[in-house]
Design a protein around this ligand. Structure first.
Ligand SMILES: *Cc1c(COP(=O)(O)O)cnc(C)c1O
Length: 454
């Protein structure tokens, strides 16, 4: 039987003991974050009101390996090591000579990769005396992951949730509340940033950039409160590398090594998690891997954005970071992969794209849902709308192999399940989804408003 299910399972004692920091192996370091006023590189003191010192140190670290605290590994044990599957039924369905492997992060309590960093962030905050965490969330995956982690470590959690997703995904809010968090639709009347947006546009659908402004504003107001970000920053990408490190061991069990590694990219964290350990091996003289980032055509920061200094949020409260950006005022259309609706991209992911170490592909919503349904019908797991982008990318790669006759090994990160996103699938089956395209004029306006940095 060629389609026998294969699952490469490791014992919990094989959970990595260190996270992998790609910065240690880069041929040149990424550009530093800048102070929004002076445009000088910022020091740790500027980040101190927002993050605990341990995370700030990780943010600027060039150490290759950073130890995972035992208390964090202890929580990871609940669902890690996550399974690596060979997608034999999908391979057969596609009639491809390629081997397709996927790492499945949907087995976490929140249903995605996000707890890998949420647990770590909650832990370091607890140790340094934080009592309350404030954050934003797109589709609700990050909000529920931080709510879960806050519950474990005894922290209050407040979540500003992008309004379009707040309305599309009511069960994510219910999950956050079940974990004891407070969830507010953004833009809200609770913050200056939110009120300013609503004054201009009372029907604003919101964006991650606006929700970040609200969360940062709230975090700055109280000494016992800090901010937490679910993607983009170096320390978040670092925590996600457990995915790729585990996958390396599991592929070793399978006697394979990937030719192509894929991840979907919203802010870049799950992509970095699967790809960076393999890229690191390549940079240290190991085998070359082709790495593909898969993003939505409706919010195409890596394929259509400009590599420039920009704000991480809409109100201009964060430091300036150099990244592929559509501009902090860009308002992406309200497509269903809410976790991919961010105007920018992780500076580290942007940097390696500039260095030519990765490729980027943009896909339309309808093609992605079609790929997601194909995956569900062959492998049995219905991907989150975000994850359908990487499924589409992997299927395309496998079909390229069919054309060329090459039996390549493909590895992708199935970053989450779609059980909280069934309305999106219902709409897809009812023919109500369209390929939403951003407004080119809006994009040009947004890019013209990028901050001018020397
Ligand atoms: C949040 C999320 C994403 C996008 O975030 P990244 O930082 O790019 O990983 C993608 N998929 C799922 C399932 C998510 O929850």
């Amino acid at each position: 039987m060629t389609d026998r299910t294969v699952r490469y399972q490791l014992n919990e004692s094989e959970i990595p003991t260190n996270w992998y920091n790609l910065v240690a192996d880069l041929p040149e370091p990424p550009a530093p974050p800048l102070h929004p006023g002076t445009h000088e590189p910022i020091g740790p003191e500027m980040l101190a009101p927002l993050f605990p010192m341990a995370l700030i140190e990780q943010e600027v670290s060039a150490e290759r390996w950073i130890e995972i605290p035992e208390a964090v590994r202890d929580v990871y044990r609940q669902w890690r090591v996550t399974p690596l599957h060979r997608a034999r039924r999908l391979e057969r369905h596609l009639d491809t000579p390629a081997k397709i492997y996927y790492k499945y992060e949907g087995v976490s309590p929140a249903g995605s990769h996000k707890p890998n960093t949420a647990v770590a962030q909650a832990y370091y905050n607890k140790v340094e005396g934080t009592r309350r965490l404030v954050t934003e969330t797109g589709a609700g995956q990050w909000g529920s992951s931080l709510a879960f982690s806050g519950a474990l470590f005894g922290l209050e959690v407040d979540v500003y949730m992008v309004r379009v997703s707040f309305e599309q995904k009511p069960y994510r809010k219910a999950l956050m509340e079940a974990y004891g968090a407070r969830c507010v639709a953004s833009p809200s009347e609770e913050t200056e940033a939110g009120r300013a947006i609503l004054a201009k546009d009372p029907d604003s659908r919101g964006s991650l950039g606006i929700a970040i402004s609200e969360a940062v504003e709230m975090a700055m107001q109280r000494d016992d409160t800090r901010y937490a970000l679910g993607s983009v920053l170096n320390h978040v990408l670092l925590h996600q590398t457990v995915i790729g490190l585990e996958a390396q061991k599991q592929l070793e069990m399978a006697g394979d090594y990937p030719d192509i590694v894929l991840g979907c990219t919203g802010g870049g964290s799950n992509f970095a998690g699967i790809a960076f350990p393999f890229l690191g091996d390549q940079l240290r003289g190991g085998r070359r891997v082709e790495i593909r980032a898969c993003e939505p055509a409706a919010c195409p920061s890596l394929t259509r954005g400009r590599f420039a200094y920009d704000f991480g949020d809409t109100a201009g409260m964060t430091p300036l970071v150099k990244m592929h950006t559509l501009g902090a005022h860009f308002m992406p259309p309200g497509f269903h992969a809410g976790g991919l609706r961010y105007h920018g991209m992780a500076p580290l992911v942007s940097h390696i794209r500039e260095l030519g170490l990765i490729d980027a592909y943009a896909f339309n919503q309808l093609d992605c849902f079609e790929a997601g349904v194909t995956f569900g019908r062959t492998e049995g797991i219905l991907p989150a709308p975000e994850a359908t982008h990487v499924v589409k990318g992997a299927i395309d790669a496998a079909l390229e192999c069919k054309q060329s006759g090459e039996a390549k090994t493909i590895l992708f990160n199935l970053c989450g399940h779609g059980h909280f996103d069934m309305q999106a699938y219902t709409d897809y089956f009812a023919g109500k989804l369209t390929d939403q395209i951003y407004d080119e004029q809006d994009l040009q306006k947004s890019l013209a408003a990028l901050p001018q940095v020397g």
